[in-house]
Design a protein around this ligand. Structure first.
Ligand SMILES: *Cc1c(COP(=O)(O)O)cnc(C)c1O
Length: 384
């Protein structure tokens, strides 16, 4: 459909893919189909394939078609949360005895799902620094079925070369999944770089307004798409109609929001780098960042996430988080409003003591789209 209509550019797809005006009323925004079941015209006579909203719902279909278009994939699937999407992917692809490689700075919830839940079903995993392709190669086993990559990663903004790791995974007979939550499809499209599937927490940049929890999977592999769709329905953690509608509304402005996130984060990074109380700044846009060249190659901007270490250790880092007024102290990221958090005690408390532990003096920012002068002033007063 999109090619036929000449809709190929990202900003246009974001607003129009899967968003035909309503056939009955002409409503230009897909209605919220708040419904569980559908009248059949005679037994098995479904209208448009809809029979029950766990299996399919028109508002969710609109979002799923849109997500597929944005990632350049064949099929998109929407879930009740990012972790529900991850769970569906892991249970679809892995069997007892299989092995998967996970990054050494994976999202804490991903690590918890794999190490505390999936492992109990006989799946083996090991941790690798995926920013180093040689480390990924060393971690591969004959039983490896999946390589998990998060780039940029959370919270240290590590960068993995997606194309290089895709080649390694493919030659080992494993699939590559990329958690594209931090970049969003506007900045990075992993399927085009060789990934087999993309996972999102749509709670973050796609939703973009801190008002919905959701997740997504996108793939170009027809066989995998069918298996994922089967499991989405069999497991049942689907995105609801209103949640799907909120994510769709957020996506329409994704491109303009990401441009501002990129610009504001660059200014914040500049200020932090020059600040005497800041020991180190983590941002792939910095030329000194070890993944800078790879990021510049595979992303169209460096995103809105910034982490930094505060002189004076853990207590000083916690104090900075307590002192900001405009940056709101809270978990999550990717909304229009700026957030600050202490990963060691908040988002990453569940990885304490593991190979994924984060520095105690680390502060993470989700730089929002407010006036950058106000953001800079708030950080300056909080750092003292
Ligand atoms: C938030 C997040 C998730 C989990 O998504 P939920 O919607 O909270 O379930 C996964 N990966 C990354 C990178 C995240 O930031």
């Amino acid at each position: 459909m999109n090619e036929q209509q000449g809709l190929s550019r990202f900003e246009t797809l974001a607003i129009h893919a899967g968003q035909e005006p309503d056939a009955v009323t002409g409503a230009v925004v897909p209605p919220i189909h708040q419904v569980s079941t559908y009248k059949q015209d005679g037994v098995g006579g479904l209208r448009g394939g809809y029979e029950y909203s766990r299996s399919a719902n028109p508002t969710r279909t609109a979002l799923e078609e849109n997500l597929a278009a944005l990632e350049g994939g064949r099929r998109g699937l929407a879930f009740a949360s990012g972790l529900a999407a991850e769970d569906c992917l892991l249970r679809t692809v892995l069997r007892p005895g299989d092995h998967l490689v996970i990054p050494n700075d994976a999202y804490g919830g991903t690590f918890r799902l794999i190490s505390k839940v999936v492992e109990r079903w006989g799946v083996e995993w090991s941790v690798a620094d995926t920013s180093d392709p040689a480390a990924v190669r060393d971690a591969l086993r004959p039983t490896t079925r999946l390589v998990w990559v998060e780039t940029p990663s959370n919270p240290l903004l590590g960068i993995t070369d997606i194309a290089a790791v895709a080649d390694l995974a493919r030659s080992a007979g494993a699939r590559l999944v990329v958690d594209n939550t931090f970049a969003s499809p506007y900045l990075q499209q992993p399927l085009a770089l060789g990934a087999d599937a993309v996972v999102h927490s749509t709670t973050k940049y796609l939703g973009g307004h801190s008002d919905v929890v959701g997740g997504a999977l996108v793939t170009s592999d027809a066989g995998l798409a069918d298996e994922l769709a089967f499991h989405q329905n069999a497991l049942g953690a689907v995105g609801g109609p209103f949640d799907s509608w909120l994510v769709l509304r957020g996506i329409k402005t994704l491109a303009v929001r990401m441009d501002r996130h990129n610009a504001n984060a660059a200014r914040v990074v500049e200020a932090l780098t020059a600040h005497p109380k800041v020991v180190q700044v983590y941002y792939p846009g910095l030329e000194t960042h070890p993944g800078h060249e790879t990021a510049a190659k595979q992303m169209r901007g460096f995103g809105g996430m910034v982490s930094f270490r505060v002189a004076g250790g853990e207590e000083a880092a916690v104090a900075v988080c307590d002192r900001t007024r405009l940056f709101t102290l809270g978990e999550s990221l990717g909304g229009v409003e700026s957030l600050i958090e202490h990963p060691g005690r908040m988002t990453h408390a569940s990885v304490a003591g593991s190979a994924l532990e984060v520095p105690a003096d680390l502060v993470r920012l989700s730089v929002g789209i407010e006036a950058v002068e106000d953001l800079l002033a708030d950080l300056a007063q909080a750092l003292g």
